[in-house]
Write a protein that binds this ligand. Structure first.
Ligand code: MIG
Length: 664
């Protein structure tokens, strides 16, 4: 049962696609207060000692969000510390699960804070500055059931082409055709499976969107040559458009008033990688159509996938910000050395990027009305990716295209997936990756993944292998690293066979993983779930934060600590422990319900098959096209069967009934 309560004049975010009946009053759960007409909004609820709070999608900390405070405000912050309250997405859906179970979705695109037992241990307080929002209240039997209702409300999740379930290599800094061929050869010659190589900003000419640097004199031929190796190139597209005379995207945008405006009507300027840029005003349908159509320039050259970056939007600085800081420096200069102001100056420089002042200084044209950016900030990445998604649907109505974004809001999940931004080569971020997955699924984001091995900082062989062993299961499986960090392509480490094996397991599981992804997408269901969603009566399962259910058959329990030889797992029921061994064989062991220690060498991918179930396992393949789903082995309990969904992997003709068959 879903009820909607409207306050003030909500911004039409288009995150919800199904009409919902208006509710009256807030009984019996929680209390809403609107201190004064036209001012802030607060919802508060006294939590039971045992209540668990799920949700918030791309957010920090645990599966159970209780015990901390989170702010939905899409932020380009490369330091995901334990105290970080905002990441790149804004996903305002939570579920309180205990004696009572209810879900809340707050459709509000400006900064919104969820204080979940932070200020007061037993109090949930959701608050924001302006009481202009839609408040959805969802009642149901349990958290899983509430999630299913919510997912119906927000529409079907994005479905990528099948090749996007292969492994991808990325690194910020690949510049020349040779750089890319070296990566392709590094993988192919070592027989480590791969399907995609990502092109970061250096493929462009001066970081200008929809240009290609002179390093690629015949880009279509280059794309084809890679395709002959069964490798797709996936270029990045940034939100900011370089200000440069004679650059078509810039000139067209200025001529048609397609860019975000300052209050005085001039085009807003923000500096990002290309230097000074303008930001397309993706809230205007014409701008979406215009910018989206630009992707065709690349699809015509053979490109079949994109990642949209910097679309919070990230702003390094603005001319106004620089001007102000220069004045402050002038004031600072005559002061005596060692005295006062040093820290203050440092802080000022650090706070130049992504400043609240800048976000309050530009406007979007929403149906003729100028809306200040910070009032709808969390929708910018959504609208950019929507522009691409809508256009790609037109450009290629039959064929799917790979698309994912850094920034997002609920609703964007219909147009593309997300990667979780600039993590670090830290063990804690491997665990954070794991914990975030079911929350993302709750909010509709199914095609998701983190930078495996870690983006910032230097990785280690062990961390990368362990992280890949989680990545085997995430729909987006990509190794990505920042410029200046240790090179982390798999073939750069000793005993390459371990990497070949771990990534190989992904390809052996691919028919199953794809099938479960498609079922989740087509049924508005989850691909990853917390254990408690499958075993709601099991009090022990409710506390498990480092294992996940995957699809209908699996439980995964990755190793996430340095030097560990294995780990403890909790089995909510009898399961079959399966290990993919380095020699290509599998070990199987029935384990009873309860706690166990499992040993997991670095070159082993562990998984658990649920009681009475089985999964199909294919033979080795080095790319998705090579995976042979006609000859698969069923692994799991005897006399069980599995319904495999399998379509051509590239058309948009999804059909659960037509494309399913029972194995076993
Ligand atoms: O300011 O394009 O999250 O994946 O490698 C950094 C360079 C801009 C941020 C993305 C990251 C990408 C990087 N970008």
């Amino acid at each position: 049962m879903i009820k909607k309560y409207t306050f003030g004049t909500p911004f039409p975010t288009e995150s919800v696609v199904v009409p919902v009946e208006a509710g009256e009053g807030m009984q019996p759960y929680g209390r809403i207060s609107l201190p004064e007409e036209g001012s802030g909004f607060t919802f508060s609820y006294v939590m039971d000692a045992d209540d668990i709070v799920y949700g918030l999608g791309e957010a920090n900390r645990g599966i159970n969000k209780r015990g901390f405070i989170y702010t939905s405000f899409c932020s380009d912050d490369p330091n995901h510390l334990e105290e970080t309250v905002s990441l790149y997405g804004a996903h305002n859906f939570i579920i309180v699960s205990g004696k009572a179970a209810f879900g809340i979705y707050i459709d509000y695109p400006a900064a919104l804070t969820f204080d979940i037992g932070y200020t007061r241990a037993d109090e949930l307080v959701i608050s924001c500055e302006h009481a202009d929002l839609d408040f959805y209240f969802i009642e149901g039997e349990n958290a899983y059931q509430i999630t299913r209702q919510f997912r119906k409300l927000i529409g079907r999740s994005y479905i990528p082409p099948k090749f996007a379930f292969g492994f991808g290599q990325s690194r910020w800094g690949y510049k020349t055709a040779k750089d890319f061929f070296d990566v392709a050869d590094g993988y192919r010659s070592n027989h480590i499976p791969i399907d995609m190589i990502y092109m970061d900003i250096d493929y462009m000419e001066d970081y200008k969107d929809f240009t290609i640097s002179e390093e690629f004199p015949d880009f279509p031929a280059f794309v084809q040559e890679m395709k002959q190796k069964d490798i797709r190139l996936i270029p990045i597209i940034d939100a900011g458009v370089k200000i440069e005379e004679n650059y078509d995207v810039y000139e067209e945008g200025v001529a048609h008033n397609y860019f975000c405006k300052r209050e005085d009507g001039s085009d807003f300027v923000g500096a990002v990688w290309p230097g000074e840029t303008h930001f397309p005003d993706f809230f205007q349908p014409e701008v979406r159509a215009w910018f989206g159509a630009k992707y065709q320039w690349l699809t015509e050259q053979g490109i079949e996938g994109f990642w949209n970056d910097m679309n919070e939007p990230a702003i390094f600085y603005t001319p106004e910000g620089i001007k102000k800081i220069k004045e402050q420096v002038r004031e600072f200069l005559p002061k005596p050395e060692t005295k006062d102001g040093v820290w203050e100056m440092q802080g000022r420089f650090m706070n130049l990027a992504n400043s609240a002042e800048d976000y309050a200084s530009f406007f979007h044209n929403v149906q003729g009305e100028m809306v200040r950016h910070d009032r709808i900030h969390n929708l910018y990445g959504f609208q950019m990716t929507r522009a691409a998604g809508e256009a790609l649907q037109k450009i290629s109505p039959k064929k799917r295209c790979l698309l994912f974004s850094r920034s997002s809001y609920i609703g964007m999940h219909r147009y593309g997936g997300i990667w979780t931004g600039d993590n670090k080569s830290w063990w804690s971020h491997l665990l954070l990756n794991l914990k975030m997955l079911p929350s993302l699924n709750m909010c509709g984001f199914l095609y998701v993944g983190a930078d495996l091995g870690g983006f910032g900082a230097n990785t280690t062989r062990e961390l990368l292998l362990r992280w890949l062993a989680l990545g085997v299961f995430t729909p987006l499986m990509r190794n990505h690293a920042a410029i200046g960090t240790r090179e982390q392509e798999c073939y750069r480490f000793e005993h390459v066979e371990d990497f070949r094996h771990i990534i190989g397991v992904r390809y052996r599981l691919l028919p199953y993983l794809y099938s479960e992804y498609m079922k989740a997408a087509l049924n508005d269901d989850m691909y990853f779930k917390p254990l408690a969603f499958e075993y709601p009566e099991d009090a022990m399962a409710a506390n498990v934060e480092d294992q996940l259910m995957l699809g209908g058959e699996l439980m995964i329990a990755p190793v996430y600590t340095q030097n560990a030889k294995g780990r403890y797992v909790y089995l909510p029921e009898e399961m079959m422990y399966v290990r993919f061994l380095p020699d290509g064989t599998l070990s199987r062991e029935i384990m009873p319900k309860g706690h166990h220690y499992i040993s997991v060498p670095l070159n082993v991918v562990p998984l658990f098959i649920r009681y009475g179930k089985c999964i199909p396992v294919a033979g080795m393949a080095e790319c998705v096209a090579e995976v042979d789903s006609a000859h698969m082995e069923l692994v799991g309990y005897e006399k069980s069967s599995y319904v495999l969904y399998e379509d051509d992997g590239y058309t948009r003709n999804y059909d659960l009934e037509k494309h399913s068959r029972t194995l076993g």
